[in-house]
Design a protein around this ligand. Structure first.
Ligand SMILES: C[S@@+](CC[C@H](N)C(=O)[O-])C[C@H]1O[C@@H](n2cnc3c(N)ncnc32)[C@H](O)[C@@H]1O
Length: 155
C-alpha cells in the first residue's frame, strides 16, 4: 500500500505491522528521515520502502498498489484556482492511476468546521484561518458529486 503524505510515519508503522509492503511517501525529506528512524526502531524496516516526491505527480507505475491512503493530507494542498479544488482532484486522480482495479482509496481529512474552529494559533496569524479554509475539500454539491465520481472511478 501507499501511505501518501506519510509524515513521520506513525501510521506507516502500524500498517507495516500487518502488511509486507508499505511505501512511505512524502515531499518533505526531513519527515521521511524521521519516519525511517521510527520504522527501523520498530523493527519493521524490511516491510517499508521510503520515497520522496509530490502527490500531484506520483513516481509510480500504473496499478502498482492495492491501497492508497491520504491520512490528514489533502487539506494541505493549495487549491489550484477559483473554480474549485483541482489539486485535490488531481491527487485523487493520481491515486486512481497507481491503484490496481478493485483497490481502495482511504481518505481521512479535516472538515470545514474542524478547520474553522480547530486551531489555537489563529489569533497569532490573522490570515491563517482563511488560508486553511481555502485548502479544505469543498462542501458544494458540485465538489461532492465530482469527488464521488473520482472515487468511484478509482475503486
Ligand atoms: C499533517 S501531516 C500527516 C502525516 C501522516 N499522514 C499522519 O497522519 O500522521 C501531512 C503530510 O503531508 C505531506 N504533504 C503535504 N502536501 C504534500 C504534497 N503535495 N506531496 C507530498 N506530500 C505532501 C506533508 O509533508 C506532511 O508530512
Amino acid at each position: 500500500m501507499l501511505d501518501a503524505g506519510c509524515g513521520t510515519g506513525n501510521y506507516t508503522i502500524e500498517l507495516a505491522r500487518h502488511m509486507a509492503h508499505v511505501t512511505a511517501f512524502d515531499m518533505n525529506d526531513a519527515m521521511l528521515g524521521e519516519a525511517r528512524v521510527k520504522v527501523h526502531a520498530a523493527g519493521l524496516g524490511q516491510n517499508v520502502e521510503f520515497r520522496s516526491g509530490q502527490l500531484l505527480d506520483l513516481p509510480f507505475a500504473a496499478a502498482d498498489f492495492d491501497m492508497v491512503m491520504f491520512n490528514q493530507v489533502l487539506h494541505h494542498l493549495e487549491p489550484l484556482n477559483e473554480v474549485g479544488f483541482n489539486n485535490h482532484l488531481h491527487a485523487i486522480n493520481e491515486a486512481a492511476r497507481v491503484l490496481r482495479r478493485g483497490g481502495v482509496v482511504l481518505i481521512n481529512t479535516c472538515s470545514k468546521a474542524q478547520i474553522a474552529d480547530g486551531y489555537w494559533y489563529y489569533s497569532l496569524a490573522p490570515n491563517a484561518r482563511s488560508r486553511c479554509l481555502e485548502r479544505t475539500i469543498g462542501s458544494s454539491a458540485f465538489m461532492k458529486t465530482k469527488l464521488t465520481c473520482y472515487l468511484a472511478f478509482a475503486v
